[in-house]
Design a protein around this ligand. Structure first.
Ligand code: SDX
Length: 434
């Protein structure tokens, strides 16, 4: 889809006037296309953190940070979270359309067909000390898939090879995440049961064990997990998706590109925030639950503490995902009969921050990570698994972004810089240096 309109803009530099095309997207977003800027003017732009820079055109996800809008291929996140399941949304992100009955059944069956991982992958687990962070294990395991499927090393081998690699990556991610959990618990691995749907299979591989052979995932938990995975499925050019695109732009294979995306997501300013939020809430609870004290700490420029799960580069009114997750949190804990005191602390923290001028002026609201961990914990996941669950949800989005970049034949990403180091100086032999 490329129904972007265009007009022109003029820039005057050193007394000369230049014309550049303006690109207008299907939702009215505007960009100055500076592809020819350096060749025509000798200037580059500087935008540390890319706060004002578009890296690509894309037809996958649209967000409006001011209005709190998130849509995938035109469908609202509210509709998808309420009415679809994660496999449907994965298909939508990858193929551009929601699947009909036959298309869904074929896609779902193809994914189920690839859920098993090579038995030797378990040997890699044996090299990790117990208690290793799941994200480090996940990076290693995903990257190791390139060793078992060498034909995937050429991302342009064929459409059929690209499709099979996509299915393998989608199918094996839940198996690997469940293996990481089993390793942490010191329990034997539970193999995939391909009679189960994607989410039920993941929950079964994770929580079923030898002493409970008849384990069946609670439908409340299956529904909540589907919703959480959908809410994390894609988010346009965030830090990790941009990493996947940049690594993939060098013609690196899908496994390496996804492993790089997991590495970027790990950071506490990005997906790692969901673990940090729970640890922060527990710290506030242990400190007596005085939320105002911690809101004040977050405002104090001399204090490195930040309110984790608050603020967003794009959303400046509210994160639509946070609203849905907060409601899901109440539903799931009520249905499971769980009374988690940190949920009340989270709500009080949100209330205190949203009435505080510091947060209001900076347009800082709860983001996707603020409530998600409370649900993950209620389901039974350890805190340091939360970001791996974020990666499980984000996977179809990363793959869709990687495919879009590759299918458009985009060039290798290679930003420019402004050099601010030493000007030329002569080499002094070591014996003569001061
Ligand atoms: C995700 O990009 C995506 O789409 C990401 C994501 C996705 O789905 O892929 O939505 C997922 O990563 C959500 C964000 C998770 N991270 C956190 O919750 C960590 C806490 N939040 C922040 O560190 C921060 O808000 C960021 C990283 C999310 C955004 O940072 P920006 O856009 O670079 O903004 P900034 O750091 O320049 O902050 C602007 C001001 C600063 O104050 P001043 O210098 O203007 O006085 O707001 C303040 C910041 O100090 N600020 C905070 C704050 N977040 C920003 N102050 C206290 N607590 C916070 N959480």
């Amino acid at each position: 889809m490329s129904n972007t309109q265009s007009q022109n803009c003029t820039i005057t530099l050193d007394g000369k006037t230049y014309e550049f095309p303006v690109i207008i997207g299907t939702e009215g977003e505007k960009a100055i296309d500076i592809s020819k800027l350096r060749d025509t003017t000798g200037y580059v732009t500087l935008d540390i953190g890319y706060k004002n820079t578009g890296a690509t055109k894309s037809a996958i996800t649209f967000l409006d940070g001011e209005e709190g809008i998130l849509r995938h291929r035109g469908y609202s996140i509210e509709d998808l979270a309420e009415k679809a399941n994660f496999m449907e949304v994965s298909y939508l992100l990858l193929k551009g359309e929601l699947p009909n009955k036959e298309q869904f059944e074929e896609f779902d069956a193809s994914v189920r067909h690839h859920t098993l991982v090579n038995e030797d992958l378990q040997n890699i687990f044996k090299t990790f000390p117990t208690g290793s962070h799941p994200m480090g294990q996940l990076i290693a395991m995903i990257s190791s898939l390139s060793a078992y499927y060498p034909k995937a090393l050429d991302p342009n081998r064929s459409a059929e090879s690209k499709n099979r690699t996509t299915l393998r990556m989608l199918a094996k991610m839940p198996t690997i995440c469940a293996m990481i959990y089993k390793k942490r618990m010191g329990h034997p691995v539970v193999y995939p049961n391909n009679n189960l749907d994607y989410v039920s299979n993941f929950l079964s591989m994770t929580f079923k064990h030898v002493s409970e052979p008849d384990y069946q995932p609670d439908p409340v938990v299956v529904d909540a997990m589907n919703k959480l995975l959908i809410l994390h499925a894609d988010h346009e050019q965030n830090c990790s998706a941009s990493t996947v695109r940049l690594v993939g732009s060098s013609q690196s294979n899908l496994y390496a590109s996804i492993a790089a995306g997991v590495a970027a997501l790990w950071g506490p300013l990005h997906g790692g925030a969901n673990q940090e939020v729970l640890e922060m809430l527990e710290q506030i609870k242990a400190d007596g639950g005085n939320v105002q004290k911690w809101v004040d700490k977050a405002k104090d420029k001399n204090d490195p503490f930040r309110l984790m799960g608050f603020g967003h580069r794009v959303y400046k009114n509210f994160d639509p995902r946070a609203k849905i997750i907060k409601k899901t949190c109440d539903d799931v804990l009520n249905k499971l009969g769980i009374n988690d005191p940190v949920l009340e602390i989270a709500k009080k923290l949100e209330e205190a921050a949203l009435t505080d001028p510091y947060f209001v002026e900076r347009k800082l609201y709860p983001n996707v990570d603020f409530y998600s961990g409370i649900i993950y914990r209620a389901i039974g996941f350890p805190t340091d698994m939360f970001t791996a669950l974020f990666a499980l949800g984000r996977l179809p989005g990363w793959i869709a972004q990687w495919q879009e970049m590759l299918n458009e034949g985009q060039p290798i990403g290679r930003p420019r810089q402004i050099y601010t180091g030493h000007t030329p100086r002569s080499f002094v032999p070591r014996g003569e240096r001061q």
